[in-house]
Design a protein around this ligand. Structure first.
Ligand SMILES: Nc1nc2c(ncn2[C@@H]2O[C@H](COP(=O)(O)OP(=O)(O)OP(=O)(O)O)[C@@H](O)[C@H]2O)c(=O)[nH]1
Ligand SMILES: [Mg+2]
Length: 410
């Protein structure tokens, strides 16, 4: 089975730009308005993470991507994105839309916590003057709501479930817990790590106190659904001071990426209509024909250009890349069938880019390509390193891999 598509969840207070971020990242039309609770049902779409393409690294002239896209020498690999309804303080007690809709995020592997860094929306998401609300408060209170949602899911019927565990071996206890939470896209190793880090290893879950379960649930959330803070609306002047203060106060505890979703959306739309040339993630864009721009368009583009110079881009692509490559520690590898052409059996050069976890072995990759290939596994040939290795070889980012197999299809 090909690797599972990575799922990115967009969460945050209501009216902070979640849907704007989503639209910019996916170029899908979705309702955006300056008032709370515009989004009710989730928006689901495909965005891309960006990596230098292997065809460039290998000095080839071109490639023929099939499961991904190659633009300007960069490989854009698809990820699934969910944009859900907004939260407010007290959501777990039923305020606003509550937090039950967060169940839509059960499949998320990583969360982008969109924060209004300008402070122009209050605790309830109502528009106020920029600088009025403290984004630090937003960061903490909304993460608390996310943790409460997660705890609610874990704690459902926990008493009955945990009592049944007390006579089992520890290994079996871990398996039962892992099975119970598997619907939240949580892996066994997440459970093992969370139990170890909370010192609940080898204890009896049936006798855990509420605070033990809370501790475990919180750690599990951090490991299985890590989040990064997306400091949005950085184009509003008041955001800058807030951003500095937030960075200072969070120190190294959280990853924070400054963005303007509004500017990214404007750029992608302008590129789509042919006004500019812009590759998502670049720190600049080019105007196709200055004479075709209205005065207003020129002014807007000048502002955006200045912003990008300051922050090295709009930040939207960087937020996605940071979440997937740095936080989830995914790498991109390219399985091929034909070593001399670096292609599939039809001659497509570097057709597939697989997003896999760091530490994935050659054998695991073989299984993803085709179970038959794995059954007859003989060796892996790492084309870019001109190296023949075995099943246990741990793949590196950018590896182009030919699986040599007795049952090979080609
Ligand atoms: N200046 C500025 N405004 C933004 C930015 N991102 C979003 N906005 C504005 O913020 C308002 C809310 O945007 P949405 O994307 O609908 O926010 P949301 O978080 O999805 O809101 P709900 O779905 O209602 O919870 C709109 O007026 C957007 O134009 C940004 O980066 N900069
Ligand atoms: Mg929305």
């Amino acid at each position: 089975m090909p690797p599972q598509t990575v799922t990115v969840g967009i969460v945050g207070k209501t009216n902070v730009g979640k849907t704007t971020f989503f639209s910019a990242a996916t170029l899908l039309d979705a309702k955006i308005e300056n008032r709370p609770f515009v989004t009710i049902d989730p928006n689901i779409g495909i965005a891309y993470v960006r990596k230098k393409c292997a065809h460039v690294e290998l000095g080839l002239q071109y490639c023929n991507p099939k499961n991904s896209i190659c633009l300007g020498g960069y490989r854009f690999v698809p990820v699934k994105v969910y944009d859900v309804a907004g939260l407010i303080k007290g959501a777990h007690r039923g305020r606003g839309l509550g937090n039950k809709f967060m169940d839509d995020l059960r499949q998320a592997d990583v969360l982008l916590h969109i924060v209004d860094m300008s402070g122009e929306t209050d605790e309830e998401g109502n528009p106020v003057r920029p600088g009025y609300y403290d984004p630090l408060d937003e960061i903490e209170s909304i993460e608390f709501e996310i943790n409460e949602w997660f705890y609610g899911v874990i704690a459902r019927d926990w008493d009955r479930f945990s009592r049944g565990l007390d006579t089992l071996s520890w290994d079996e206890v871990v398996s039962r817990i892992a099975k119970r939470v598997s619907g939240l896209s949580i892996k066994r190793e997440h459970v093992v790590d969370a139990l170890r880090e909370t010192k609940l290893e080898n204890t009896k879950p049936g006798s855990w106190k509420e605070e033990d379960l809370r501790l475990f649930s919180r750690k599990l959330r951090e490991l299985a659904k890590p989040l990064i803070v997306v400091a949005n609306k950085m184009d509003i002047p008041e955001a800058e001071d807030n951003y500095r203060r937030v960075i200072n106060s969070l120190k190294d505890r959280k990853v924070v990426v400054p963005t303007s979703s509004l500017f990214e959306l404007a750029l992608r739309k302008a590129a789509k209509s042919g006004l500019i040339r812009y590759l998502p993630g670049d720190s600049y864009f080019e105007v196709v024909d200055e004479s075709k721009l209205t005065t207003k368009q020129k002014l807007v583009l000048d502002r955006i250009r200045e912003f990008m110079r300051k922050y090295g881009g709009t930040g939207v692509q960087r937020a996605l890349d940071t979440a997937v490559f740095d936080v989830l520690r995914m790498i991109v590898v390219y399985p091929v069938e034909n070593v001399s052409k670096l292609s599939d059996k039809d001659g497509n050069v570097l057709p597939d880019a697989y997003l896999v976890r760091q530490g994935t072995t050659a054998m695991e990759l073989a299984e993803m390509v085709h179970t038959e290939l794995a059954k007859g596994f003989i060796a892996a040939y790492i084309v870019n390193k001109n190296k023949r290795t075995g099943a246990e070889y741990k793949l590196s980012d950018g590896d182009v891999v030919k699986i040599v197999s007795a049952t090979a299809r080609g």
